[in-house]
Design a protein around this ligand. Structure first.
Ligand code: MD3
Ligand code: FE
Length: 206
């Protein structure tokens, strides 16, 4: 399997985007691996911290997954249905091993599904124990307008379209930068037969 070295890598707001890191065949295989996860751990719609339903649907793989509920927003060892999360997609794990720059494996692979209208507001990822550990993200399907700022809310931001097969690595000072997805460009990819976008983010949690 995995990928030739990325054709191109660009830096935006301290985040390194390895463009077209995954070739078409590996993208299709990773989609199959994601489908296997979703069959075992169905997508659900978490609530935001303010209690509204998010437009993005989610599930997870690996030892820990992201959940939201009455007891708040947290990493948990079980899906809301009470079962443990399925194993991480192998292609995603291989990407982490080649690009994360750290010798340990991720403990969580969050899988976000965006339909044409979904978005994710600007936020920081700060529920992990060690911010020296990077986050590695893989985009599949329709293009997404990704926005990244600094570590303070309200600062300047930069935007970049993330495309299918792109891998973003958030490490160092960029790890606590505010970021979000403003919109999805419907119909920009044929990878997913019904359209939409899948994003996988791998993290060390503990
Ligand atoms: C920058 N996901 O799951 S991935 C998230 O496309 C999340 O689904 C977005 O933000 C998505 O938390 C963006 C790129 C990303 C992920 C984690 C980051 C950028 C990041 C953590 C720190 C800084
Ligand atoms: Fe995030």
């Amino acid at each position: 399997m995995e990928s030739e070295e990325s054709a191109l890598s660009v830096e935006v707001g301290g985040i390194v985007v390895h463009q077209e890191h995954l070739n078409a065949a590996d993208q299709a295989e990773l989609v199959e691996q994601v489908r296997r996860v979703v069959r075992a751990a169905p997508l659900f719609r978490p609530e935001t911290r303010s209690g509204k339903a998010m437009s993005v649907r989610m599930t997870s793989a690996g030892a820990f997954g992201w959940t939201s509920g009455r007891d708040g927003y947290r990493y948990a060892r079980q899906h809301p249905n009470g079962q443990e999360w399925p194993p991480m997609p192998q292609i995603a794990l291989d990407i982490w091993r080649s690009l994360s720059g750290v010798p340990c494996d991720p403990q969580s692979c969050l899988i976000n599904f965006y339909d044409a209208d979904a978005k994710m507001g600007l936020h920081q990822d700060r529920d992990e124990a060690d911010f020296d550990m990077p986050v590695v993200s893989v985009s599949l399907g329709d293009e997404a307008l990704f926005r990244v700022g600094g570590s303070e809310r309200g600062g300047k931001t930069q935007s970049i379209w993330l495309k299918s097969g792109d891998v973003a690595v958030m490490g160092g000072d960029a790890r606590l930068n505010f970021h979000g997805i403003d919109r999805i460009r419907a119909g920009s990819s044929t990878l997913l037969p019904n359209g939409g976008r899948i994003n996988l983010t791998m993290r060390v949690v503990e």
